[in-house]
Design a protein around this ligand. Structure first.
Ligand code: KIV
Length: 271
């Protein structure tokens, strides 16, 4: 692209128009400047600075430990890289569950300090007051239903959610509540494809799935899983496009060999 060509940014309105036209939305997570640069140049529509950074960046077992300050650090790096994609940032555990005032305060910090374009939070009717308050302040909000990792100790496992009718009914109601509260989009994680399809048809906002089947208006994956950096993590919903764990390991072994043998650096690689 020439320097004179303006890049058309993805906005919440772009995503809404994509749903209406039936154009699928591609979303990935990103946590740092280098990766976000590549994904944005490749044409990704949404970059999510997910609280999965707690797992894949910091090595925690769950998403619970990551702090608002740490999320803002990751989000700022991603925002600096991005020219086109919509940047959405997860509000971390403990930054919005207390009350709607706390939720608004956290969302404002994310927007002001990172320059991101929207926030995401987990939950249904129980967080609708907070969503209304944040949206009223002019901040776009993405919802997240189904498997909500911040509640992992309530669920007990990472298995498929809403297989029973009572939980499926609650999820249907929650999706409507999120739309009515003003969410511009909702993520559905690890639920039956049939249920996700019903939700897609019952709301007007774009529904982004992860392990929620092909009827969703878009799909999201954790970038580290897609490129094969997370060793041994192969859930059914994941399509792994690269095996970087193996490739980086092999490259590292080549480097070690070359250093130890004296082959690196050679004449051309020194001053
Ligand atoms: O934190 C995250 O990566 C997420 C996606 C799995 C949707 O919330």
């Amino acid at each position: 692209m020439s320097v004179h060509q303006e890049v058309k940014r993805v906005t919440t309105h772009t995503l809404q128009a994509m749903k209406v036209k039936g154009d699928k939305i591609a979303m990935l997570t990103a946590y740092d400047f280098s990766m976000a640069t590549i994904l944005d140049e490749a044409g990704i529509d949404i970059l999510l600075v997910g609280d999965s950074a707690s797992n894949v960046m910091a090595g925690h077992e769950t998403t619970l430990p990551i702090t608002l300050d740490q999320m803002i650090y990751h989000a700022s790096a991603v925002v600096r890289a991005v020219k086109r994609a919509l940047v959405v940032v997860d509000l971390p555990f403990g930054a919005y569950q207390g009350n709607s005032k706390e939720a608004l305060h956290s969302a404002i910090r994310v927007m002001k300090e990172s320059g991101a374009h929207a926030v995401k939070l987990e939950g249904g009717v129980e967080v609708s007051d907070s969503i209304v308050r944040i949206v009223t302040a002019g901040i776009p909000v993405m919802g997240h239903l189904g498997l909500t990792p911040q509640s992992i100790y309530k669920f007990g496992t990472y298995t498929v959610r809403a297989k029973e009718e009572a939980e499926a009914d609650k999820l249907r109601e929650d999706a409507i509540a999120l739309e009515q509260s003003g969410c511009f989009s909702v993520v559905l994680e690890k639920i039956p494809a049939v249920l996700a399809k019903e939700v897609v048809q019952s709301v007007h906002i774009p529904v982004i799935g992860i392990g929620a089947g092909s009827a969703c208006d878009g799909q999201v994956l954790v970038i580290n899983d897609l490129i094969g950096l997370t060793k041994g993590f192969k859930p059914r919903f994941l399509r792994q496009y690269l095996d970087l764990y193996r490739e980086i390991g092999a490259a590292t072994q080549s480097y070690i060999r070359d250093v130890k043998s004296g082959d690196f650096p050679n004449q051309q690689e020194q001053y």
